[in-house]
Each structure stands twice: as C-alpha cells, then as structure tokens.
Design a protein around this ligand. Structure first.
Ligand code: FES
Length: 93
C-alpha cells in the first residue's frame, strides 16, 4: 500500500490511491495549516522531498500561487491541491 511520509517527524500514513494530501495530513494530525483550501492563499505549502511524480500535475491556480510566492521551482506544492497516486514524502514549511 502506498504511504505518505512526513519528513519533519518521520511519521508515515498508509493511503488509498488517489487520496487527497489535505485529508491525509489532517487525519494524521500533522501540523500543516490550511486557509482557503482552494490553491489561492498559499498557507498549505509543503516541499515534496520524494515521490513528486506520484502527485497529480499542477493546475493553473496552484502554479500561479506558487509563482507569486517565488516557489514555482524546487519541489514545492500546495497540499490542498495534491492527490497522491503513489507514495511520497513531504516536509512541512
Ligand atoms: S489552503 Fe490556501 S492554498 Fe492551500
């Protein structure tokens, strides 16, 4: 079963394919803050340390928000916009 790992603490959660990263982090109680939950405010930024290829491609809103923040390179994603199609490791910012 695929897993999401939280780099900050080393904790891991088993997930169903297609799980929303937002729900995984909330269910696990990992300290990632959410605001709009719509890819606009940038509150939920995480760095994808491993398994970036297992996340859904970015849509335009997420790209724009990360671009405004100057974080459109380097493996950053907005957790509220990510679906997990396999294992990945994220780091909270
Ligand atoms: S909660 Fe606002 S961008 Fe994710």
């Amino acid at each position: 079963m695929p897993k999401v790992k939280f780099q900050n603490t080393g904790e891991e959660e088993e997930i169903e394919l297609g799980a929303e990263l937002k729900e995984v982090t909330k269910d696990a109680g990992w300290p990632i803050a959410y605001g709009c939950e719509d890819g606009v405010c940038g509150t939920c930024i995480v760095k994808v340390v491993d398994g970036e290829e297992n996340l859904n491609p970015m849509e335009e809103t997420e790209k724009q928000t990360l671009g405004i923040m100057g974080l459109d390179e380097g493996g950053y994603r907005l957790a509220c916009q990510c679906k997990c199609n396999g294992s990945c490791t994220i780091e909270g910012m």
